[in-house]
Design a binder for this molecule. Structure first.
Ligand code: M6R
Length: 608
């Protein structure tokens, strides 16, 4: 986690860095800081808390210069505090470093450095880096950085500046993401492209083990041993306005409302005339796909929930046995994977450390990996054999919303495609299902238009201390997703359960004060779901149902109902999740929380 930025050029360095950090704040917001070099002298300004605190201190400090680095922190080693905030410096305060990632052998390095007379100020793992660089700075900054990174074990990316060479930033990627943005007589460095999008769309994406030497006029990328690498300059397709909030109070709300348009775009780009599904970036031949006998889906958080829904489609349409794992479990359970197994990795950011490790585990067993990603220049995208881009645009809110429904759409199309290839679904059936999907954006818009009904529900229930979410079949994963959305942004305890399993223990939690949100659209398990709702009602649980328009039976059982329009039952999760996202959002707003930056979290989880 953590976000790092660097800038060298003629603009006001502190404002370029701060704007960059604002875009990266979703990666962590325990503290923020920047370092610049002005008139040959290094200045550091850092503060605990969100960027606002740093901004206030920068106004007073009035830093100048044309080179600087910045950092926004998600604490790993050492509590959130000003001392532990980055940038960190060497003994003489001449070298400054910002770092994203973890240094696993920092304790040994620190003990050795202390024994050699270095003085440490913080509790962080990062601080060993400026001290290691300091030891060889007489050989030049570039060499000193190379020698330092050679001693570090872990996953990290860094930016370094030094008074001794105030015309360059040295940056290195060993695990955590890093891009260099190209400008005219200026260059940028950042953990991800959103930080530099207001300035440039031309980027060089660093791979692991690459070191960048960035000056105003020139960018050189080398191996750890100093051999120059010819890097491709890529153009980012995202637009600067994609990272603006517009008239919305929070990014999460904007992203919820963007969903119908995104699904429409995904469909229009991937379903061509005559209902042909084209997943070109997949890079896997039909011949190969037709031989796939088993699919392993691995992902984290909301992406894992999307995978759980994908399993229903893959097994139903393509008749392929599908397992779904959370990546942090998958990677350590010594999974069996043979030649006819395909791994599907799902990740919005494409940088999640556990998912990436799962991919590497799969590749070490020689299975092909197809990733469903939003950030197409991410490490996961680049390490996979092929990708299905979900085209959701930058997702800034820490709580994932638009990526989820776009992932579902991609999974649905992929399952239909495999079904057609395996002849387990006829062309006519596939055509009918695609027609159902094409209707979805319209249905989503109709649901979102009724936001006011959800606001009323949020006003009624926002003070409750516990929530339970229940669903069955294809809507069970949405019970997990609804509970995750609510707990991560409103800090209310909530739990999701398969409704049929509820009576095996958790039903003991039911009391008059516990709202139970029941996902009960008209599908093949509807009657079973009704029985489960009756069981909860008999124990005085307060039922809030998400049900299909016109369902009078459910109305009589529920305290409140939010109706969704009728849609094809297999794709109902793309619709039933919308009221859950809105409810979590409005409860968190009502409670006065910073919805886009919930406590303790970061958008992109790049540590294990
Ligand atoms: O970028 P990824 O999709 O790999 O991220 C996975 C999870 O960290 C993410 O979905 C997380 O659970 C969100 N905060 C959920 O809203």
């Amino acid at each position: 986690m953590c976000g790092i930025v660097g800038y060298i050029g003629n603009k006001f360095v502190d404002s370029v860095l701060v704007v960059g950090l604002e875009r990266l704040e979703y990666r962590g917001y325990d503290s923020a800081g920047i370092a610049t070099i002005s008139s040959g002298e290094l200045f550091v300004c850092k503060k605990k808390g969100k960027l606002k605190a740093l901004n206030d201190c920068l106004k007073e400090a009035g830093l100048g210069g044309n080179i600087g680095i910045g950092h926004t922190r998600w604490a790993t080693h050492g509590e959130p505090s000003e001392i532990n905030a980055h940038p960190h410096t060497d003994c003489k305060n001449e070298i400054a470093v910002v770092h994203n990632g973890i240094i696993e052998n920092y304790q040994t390095l620190k003990e050795d450095l202390v024994a050699r007379g270095h003085f440490f100020k913080s509790e962080t793992d990062t601080e060993v880096i400026p001290h290691l660089i300091e030891e060889n700075i007489s050989e030049g900054l570039e060499t000193a950085v190379r020698k330092a990174v050679a001693k570090i074990k872990g996953s990290f990316s860094i930016c370094v500046i030094s008074e001794s060479e105030p015309d360059k930033i040295i940056t290195a990627k060993f695990g955590s993401p890093l891009v260099i943005g190209l400008g005219k007589n200026e260059n940028f460095i950042a953990s991800d492209v959103t930080a530099i999008l207001p300035h440039t769309k031309q980027v060089i994406v660093l791979n692991d083990g690459e070191i960048g030497i960035v000056s105003e006029e020139k960018i050189t990328v080398t191996t750890p041993w100093g051999d120059t690498i010819n890097k491709e300059v890529e153009t980012v397709s995202w637009k600067a306005e994609d990272i603006e909030k517009g008239n919305y109070q929070f990014f999460m709300q904007k992203e919820i409302f963007e969903q119908p348009k995104i699904i429409e775009t995904v469909i229009s780009k991937k379903v061509t005339a005559g209902n042909i599904i084209t997943l070109e970036e997949m890079n896997l031949s039909n011949n190969y796909l037709a031989k796939v006998k088993r699919i392993i889906i691995q992902a984290c958080g909301t992406s894992w929930h999307a995978g759980l829904i994908g399993k229903y489609w893959l097994e139903k349409y393509a008749h392929i046995h599908t397992e779904v794992d959370v990546s942090s479990e998958y990677r350590y359970r010594n999974p069996i994977a043979e030649g006819d197994t395909l791994m599907l990795a799902i990740s919005q950011s494409g940088e999640t450390a556990d998912t990436l490790a799962g991919i590497r585990e799969g590749k070490s067993k020689f299975i092909k990996v197809l990733s469903i990603v939003n950030v197409v220049k991410s490490t996961i995208a680049r390490e996979s054999d092929g990708i299905i881009p979900i085209m959701a645009g930058p997702e800034i809110g820490v709580a994932s919303t638009k990526a989820f429904t776009a992932q579902l759409t991609a999974l649905y199309l992929f399952a239909l495609q495999l079904g057609k290839l395996n002849y387990t679904i006829s062309d006519t059936e596939a055509k009918n299902k695609l027609e159902g999907l094409i209707e979805i954006p319209k249905i989503m818009n109709a649901v979102l238009k009724r936001q006011d009904e959800i606001i009323k529900l949020s006003e009624k229930y926002y003070q409750k201390k516990n929530f339970i979410f229940l669903g069955r079949g294809i809507n069970y994963p949405n019970a997990l997703e609804g509970a995750l959305k609510l707990k991560e942004i409103s800090y209310i305890h909530s739990t999701g359960y398969p409704a049929g399993e509820f009576k095996h223990g958790p039903i003991a939690l039911i009391c008059e004060d516990t709202p139970v949100i029941c996902l009960a659209p008209k599908d093949e398990l509807y009657i079973k779901m009704i029985s489960n709702i009756e069981e909860v009602k008999a124990r005085k649980g307060k039922i809030i149902s998400i049900a299909t328009q016109g369902d009078t039976r459910i109305q009589s059982l529920s305290e409140d109902v939010f109706f969704i329009p009728e849609c094809h039952e297999d794709i109902s999760p793309i619709v039933t999740v919308l009221p859950l996202q809105l409810l979590a959002y409005h409860i968190a707003v009502k409670l006065g929380f910073d919805v886009d930056k919930p406590r303790n979290l970061a958008k992109s989880v790049t540590v294990e």
